[in-house]
Ligand binder design. Structure first.
Ligand code: NDP
Ligand code: TDO
Ligand code: MG
Length: 298
């Protein structure tokens, strides 16, 4: 069995990586915070050196976007220094590193979808710290893929779908920003893409011809948060789940500590060309998550 080390076992992505069918011959070893605390860079180095891992997928992160604005050092420790430690250790071990990053590295001031080599300019601490992680991995000497994703949702953990269903059931009416657009991403679909990439990178260790660098993955299609909320309640209603009315508002009407990009759309060109990955529409991915949360539609 070839073993792949995965961090963030209790997170949305970490859970889906554990639930997906891995190809024959591959085994996932998923570590939660108690097994590997990412604030301990010495422990990261020791863990990477402890076994002949085939690859590392770093799925853990400090993801509290607003809290990061006032918890800067922790955000940078987890999102930048920990990836730096993984990069250094993976380079020393000669194994590939898959680092997950975010649309929030972009300022959001572009009309079309962001390409992998577009200029980065994070608006807040979370995005800046994730960019720090990208740069640390890129300069570590480890063979790597940095996979930026956006608006990650699943049946588990904290995410926008679960917040909408909970608050919608309580109040029946929500105000949601309509001037930030992006593409929701199923953690399960993201996990499948990462498995493809990690196995290719590990397989090609000898001739090193698997594509490396930065890639973007989200589900397909563009929507605002308000449009996403409306579709969540439409599909929830079809399944007998909570429904609510959604009032579209502007970002200015919904003040938050962190600024967020107005346009988070990610181009899939790089991941399609390099890995042949073509994501499905976000509405279909949402349906699978609601099937799990509520039950299948009649
Ligand atoms: N969620 C989103 O909308 C987006 C996420 N991303 C990126 O995707 C990746 C996966 O995100 P997602 O699964 O949604 O995130 P979650 O917030 O669901 O999970 C993050 C995990 O990281 C773990 N973690 C945090 N700090 C530490 C630490 N000090 N030591 C060990 N583990 C730690 C958490 O552990 P614990 O459970 O113990 O708190 C948690 O299980 C991350 O890189 C994130 O930046 C990118 C774009 C959008
Ligand atoms: C709950 C709520 C949120 N909003 C707004 C706030 C925000 O602009 C948007 C989404 O809210 P969230 O709290 O999910 O946003 P946020 O935590 O910023 O989500 C981000 O998380 C990080 C980890 C990422 O990497 C990003 O891709 C993105 O998914 O909706 C409303 O307008 N009304 C509401 O009732
Ligand atoms: Mg935990």
């Amino acid at each position: 069995m070839r073993q792949i080390l995965v961090t963030g076992a209790d997170g949305q992505l970490g859970r889906e990586l554990q639930r997906r069918a891995w190809p024959e011959g591959w085994e996932l070893v998923a570590l939660d915070r108690s097994a590997l605390d990412l604030s301990d860079t010495t422990a990261i180095a020791a863990m990477v050196a402890s076994r002949p891992w085939a690859a590392v997928i770093n799925a853990a992160a400090y993801t509290a976007v607003d809290k990061a604005e006032s918890d800067v050092v922790t955000a940078w420790a987890i999102n930048a220094l920990a990836p730096a430690a993984f990069g250094q250790a993976c380079a020393a071990a000669g194994i590939p590193l898959v680092q997950v990053s975010t649309d929030y590295v972009f300022a959001g001031d572009k009309a079309g979808a962001w390409e992998v080599d577009d200029p980065v300019a994070p608006l807040g601490v979370y995005g800046a710290s994730k960019l720090g992680g990208e740069l640390a991995v890129r300069t570590s000497g480890a063979r790597h893929a940095i996979v930026r994703t956006a608006w990650v949702v699943s049946a588990h953990g904290h995410n926008f779908i679960k917040t909408m269903l909970r608050v919608g059931a309580e109040r029946g009416h929500l105000r949601v920003v309509d001037d930030q657009q992006g593409s929701p991403t199923s953690a399960a679909d993201l996990a499948d893409a990462l498995i493809t990439i990690a196995c290719r990178l590990a397989d090609d260790a000898d001739d090193a011809d698997a594509p490396t660098g930065i890639f973007h993955f989200s589900n397909a299609g563009a929507v605002s948060w308000a449009g996403f909320a409306a579709e969540i309640f439409r599909q929830s209603g079809l399944r007998g789940g909570p429904t609510a009315t959604v009032e579209p508002i502007t970002t200015a009407d919904y003040p938050t500590p962190a600024r967020r990009p107005a346009n988070s759309l990610l181009s899939h060109d790089a991941i399609a060309t390099a890995y042949g990955i073509a994501p499905r529409p976000w509405q279909a991915a949402l349906g699978d998550i609601l099937d799990e949360l509520i039950g299948t539609s009649a």
